[in-house]
Write a protein that binds this ligand. Structure first.
Ligand SMILES: [Zn+2]
Ligand SMILES: [Zn+2]
Length: 253
């Protein structure tokens, strides 16, 4: 039986037009940063690792001038992936797999804290991060970690319950995570393939989009999973959805 927990990793505050390009300049929004723990009989898996805690005390030093000028990082003392896991009695070394949806700073910032885990990343994301370092922050991902390069869909535990699903476009090798429980419940952790429900409903492409055609295709795929297969989509940065769902230490399922 699977257990899934939504872990709060703080929030980001930024100009709304980064998410919604039609918005006027000057309007700011706050979006949650999340990570998910999946407890499977064969091991514990973490989906994304949030923002590194150094970004709070020294945003420019950790994130670089450009990103620090765009995003204000907020985090309470009880937020952050390691603290959230500790509240569940889980230590970083207990994590068998880390899935990085992609290598942006708010999704892999704490990778270094899981040196014993196997990291499941799409090969195209690793290649893009190596080829275009300015799009990423090497401090987050370029570390002596056990990265396993995945090509396309990958059934993590071999039983169909936790499957990597490529959803490129936001970045070159973005992936989402499809969770199928023994019951009828299915979740898809969308990551930044779709920031919010509104993006999906209106097919809104954010300002920071790597490949617009690919991202549109990925959103069509997500919509189809939701509407034809009853999959519940958990969007990457949807404040309204996040506020309405149970968070750790309470399980999502
Ligand atoms: Zn991103
Ligand atoms: Zn993000």
């Amino acid at each position: 039986m699977l257990r899934v927990y939504a872990l709060s990793c703080g929030s980001l505050e930024f100009e709304k037009n980064l998410f919604f390009p039609a918005s006027a300049a000057g309007e700011r929004i706050v979006a949650p940063v999340s990570s998910y723990l999946i407890v499977h009989p064969k091991g514990k898996l973490l989906f994304d690792t949030g923002v590194h805690c150094d970004a709070l005390a020294d945003p420019v030093g950790r994130l670089g001038k450009r990103v620090a000028s765009l995003f204000a990082v907020h985090s309470r003392a009880d937020e952050g992936v390691v603290g959230q896991l500790a509240a569940l009695g889980v230590k970083p070394d207990d994590i068998r797999y880390v899935v990085n949806s992609h290598f942006h700073f708010d999704h892999c910032g704490c990778n270094a804290l899981f040196p014993r885990a196997t990291f499941l990343v799409q090969r195209t994301e690793l290649l893009a991060a190596r080829a275009e370092p300015k799009r990423y922050n090497a401090k987050d991902w370029d570390l002596p970690l056990d990265y396993r390069e995945c090509d396309g869909e990958h059934d993590v535990f071999g039983d169909g319950s936790v499957v990597l699903l490529p959803t490129p476009g936001h970045t070159a090798g973005h992936q989402s995570l499809w969770i199928r429980t023994s019951g009828a419940t299915q979740f898809l952790l969308a990551g930044d393939a779709c920031y919010t429900r509104e993006h999906l409903e209106k097919t809104i492409l954010p300002t920071n989009t790597y490949d617009a055609a690919q991202m549109t295709e990925s959103m069509i795929k997500l919509r189809s999973l939701r509407d034809r297969q009853g999959v519940e989509l958990l969007y990457g940065h949807d404040a309204e959805q996040w506020g309405a769902m149970p968070h750790a230490p309470h399980p999502l399922i």
